[in-house]
Design a protein around this ligand. Sequence first.
Ligand code: G1P
Length: 291
Amino acid sequence: MTKTIKKAVFPVAGLGTRFLPATKASPKEMLPVVDKPLIQYGVEEAVAAGVEVMIFITGRNKSSISNHFDTAYELEMELESRNKTALLNLVRNIVPPHVSCVFIRQSMALGLGHAVLCAEPVVGDEPFAVLLADDLIEDGDRGCLAQMVDVFSQTGCSILATEQVPPANTGSYGIVDTDGEGKLVEVKSIVEKPKPEEAPSNRGVVGRYVLTSKIFQHLSQTGRGTGGEIQLTDGIARLMEKDKVMAYAFDGQRYDCGSKLGYLQANVDYALKHEQLGAGFEVWIKNRFSS
Ligand code: G1P
């Protein structure tokens, strides 16, 4: 089995109800953090990890995602004629030329596990990554997915990114029970969104996975679980009966941009470190809170 990851799946068919009305006609993955949509951060993280094929599992109202990663002829011509070279380069280089984007329509909203299963015809018999764009992970020296790809190349096992979550919030995550507390440990069990009193730990799965293609056969046999949906977590639980799955405590700061609070925190932190805006924003924010 190859131990490199060349394909990444981005499930983007969700309705984004937590951000209504902002997400009534436009996908939550296109919400900007400062000046870039969430989905682009995810794609950049995947490119940095060596991924060459981005597979988007889309639904209704998601055409702006495919447009974002496509050529925008009229915009480019306009910028060119006005000699706006920096902006032209910005819109031309959303993805590097060696990267291709594939769009698959998930015609029924049957859940995250079902979305991942929709990618099978394109992923085939290769290990692959899954990235949930509303988990924004700040790239320190090495992005979260690049760290996981390194671990995968050493172990060949499926890997779940995890972090400690507040015990009261276990109901928002897949929660793992692991063999010890270390940075890279084997998962003994996994459960989707348990109540705090039923959670085996408070080690939560965040939206980065490296999975072997064996997950597909398990997902195809997984019935509806939590919330009446086919859960990726349940497919992983089945996979674990046969194969080793590891939990990896990644280095980096994660923002839960699926929640308004996490989204606002990401905007503040990314604005503070923004090349052009950072200094001015910091002055404004200090003045704002000094009186
Ligand atoms: C999904 C998964 C959950 C995981 C979470 C990470 O839930 O089902 O296991 O912990 O992503 O963000 P969602 O946030 O889509 O409800």
